[in-house]
Design a protein around this ligand. Sequence first.
Ligand SMILES: Cc1ncc(COP(=O)(O)O)c(C=O)c1O
Length: 380
Amino acid sequence: MVTETPATRPVNPRFSSGPCAKNPTFSLDKLSDAALGRSHRAPIGKEKLKAAIEETREILGVPADYKIGIVPASDTGAVEMALWSLLGARGVEMLVWESFGAGWATDVTKQLKLNAVVKTAAYGALPDLASVDFTNDVVFTWNGTTSGVRVPDGNWIPADRAGLTICDATSAAFAQDLPWDKLDVTTFSWQKVLGGEAAHGMLILSPRAVARLESYTPPWPLPKIFRMTKAGKLIEGIFTGATINTPSMLAVEDYLKALEWARSIGGLKGMMARADANAKAVFDFCDAKPWIANLAEDPATRSNTSVCLKFTDPRITDGAAFAKAVARRLDAEGVAHDIGAYRDAPAGLRIWCGGTVETSDVEALLPWLDWAFNAEIEAR
Ligand SMILES: Cc1ncc(COP(=O)(O)O)c(C=O)c1O
């Protein structure tokens, strides 16, 4: 069966899971107010950094007594800072269900050499959340970007836990509801759901996380870019815009503009609705086709940002080669860039559905999936 070439193409074929598509109103000239060539410690720079923090707080609904810092090295930097600064005070549980969570578990067990309990689930599933012991510190990823599996909510996290929860929320923040009372450390980067630039990470600390920082000194050395305390007290400046080292003021301006756009489309609610609509278009497509399925087994755990798909047609013998060929065909047609599954994940496709992507573009892409699938089946 040969499917005809679809009549329409996505206006924006950028469906990468990071860096993600810029928001639909983005243009480079909108960054002309950037505080370039000025010290980030001059009032103009500090004001912009502070605005980035406070606007993040407003849109995400972060409580007033939580600290928000702009830190080096994107989401990875924020997660590593938390792991190296906080862990070791009590037992640790690592929840792993895709490659980024696996990376954090490797760091904690092999680099920090902590005797952590590591609970692992295969791609497509979640570990048994009911079995987590919250007297330990618990490290997990809210939305597994490389498996398209997310935790459904925060109900599995007790309010009266003794340990801290450390949550990598980089592909969830601005797309999914994060229950701040259940999260002691939350991280994300600008390059994901907001379509900002990489380089800087956001580190959000609950009062309990701050109390740990001020009462516990890890036994290992901490490089300057990880240090959040001085003489046993939190360095407050980091959380008001006095960054540890020099940030890119161009990236800051881009983030401020992305926040402005997010606010203009209804803030967090608007962002979540856009991601939900995008993901639903893909889910409905998969439900209607016998040859493709969501990698996430339980519908309640399906990501609305990094939607991961697997081909299920019995005629396919080499799944990895087939999926790569489909992604290559779509890339070459200019209808979808960067939608091959992550290198460590099962063969398939990953379509970014975060709020900067237009639903009309997702809808325009779907007939092309049909087209590319049929073309590859024919070409076997
Ligand atoms: C869940 C998760 N954690 C961490 C990272 C690393 O992010 P960054 O490259 O912004 O540090 C990614 C990037 O895709 C991710 O999806």
